[in-house]
Design a protein around this ligand. Structure first.
Ligand code: NAP
Length: 240
């Protein structure tokens, strides 16, 4: 029987590439999204992958969302915590809400999804959890105390949960992407982006498919000895 995966934020950007890479690997994928119905509908029509709307920052919504996926597709073996947002600004300008929204979505979403799926994986003695962190969680970034804290938290969360899953066949890993050519990065002003690209040794933005390739590896049947690791995919921008 095919493995079942949930990819949060799986209908566009990096998440779309991850959904497709897992599908190509023979996995039955459920792509979660937060609010953009039009993109989700177009994605599902294009790929045949079912999309499911719920807010990953909402604990109860994650429980219910996972229940629905399990009823329709079967027990969840793989979770890719990819949903993420930015609310950038220096701390002088950042509101409490900007802080809370980013922490609750980017980091809280990982907790909520793990609470809904980890017990089942553990009981069935097989699971894969991949959390999408960021180079900015490793190195920090001006104007992103909320995002850097959430992503840095993801790296700690990954190493702690990996220890809890290890004896039960559940691996937990993170990927720390550098700057990838998606709508999130398109929102960065052109002059700022040019300065960022100038610091990437490979000399370009990354592609969503390059992150998806790493996720597909970490979710594979034969990746069971890889756990608690953070895979940097950043064009050499930050060698950690
Ligand atoms: N792009 C980069 O350069 C880069 C670099 C490092 C790390 N990352 C990380 O990689 C991940 C994907 O980034 P991206 O650039 O592909 O982002 P994106 O294009 O903005 O897509 C974000 C996805 O997350 C979903 N989402 C946002 N908030 C949600 C919520 N509360 N509940 C459920 N889904 C939610 C969105 O759903 P809707 O479509 O419904 O809005 C969308 O599918 C993020 O975690 C990001 O922090 C990105």
């Amino acid at each position: 029987m095919a493995r079942v995966a949930i990819v949060t934020g799986g209908t566009r950007g990096i998440g779309e590439a991850i959904s497709l890479a897992l599908q190509e690997q023979g996995v039955l994928v459920a792509a979660n999204y937060g609010g953009n119905d039009a993109k989700a509908r177009a994605f599902s029509e294009r790929t045949g992958i079912k999309s499911y709307k719920w807010d990953v920052s909402d604990y109860d919504a994650c429980q219910k969302g996972v229940e629905l996926v399990e009823a329709e597709l079967g027990p969840v073996d793989i979770v890719v915590n990819n949903a993420g947002i930015t609310r950038d600004g220096t701390i002088l300008k950042m509101s409490y809400q900007d802080w809370k929204d980013v922490i609750d979505t980017n980091l809280g979403g990982c907790f909520n999804m793990a609470k809904a799926t980890f017990p089942g994986m553990r009981a069935r003695q097989w699971g894969r959890i991949v959390n999408i962190g960021s180079i900015n969680g490793q190195a920090g970034q001006y104007g992103q105390v909320n995002y850097a804290a959430a992503k840095s938290g993801i790296h700690g969360f990954t190493k702690a949960l990996a220890q809890e899953g290890a004896k039960a066949g559940v691996t937990v890993n993170a990927i720390a992407p550098g700057y990838i050519d998606t709508e999130m990065v398109a929102a960065v002003p052109q002059d700022v982006l040019a300065k960022i690209v100038a610091k990437v040794p490979v000399g370009r933005l990354g592609m969503a498919q390059e992150i998806a390739r790493g996720v597909a590896f970490l979710c594979a049947e034969d990746a069971g000895f890889v756990t608690g690791s953070t895979l940097s995919i950043n064009g050499g921008q930050h060698m950690y």
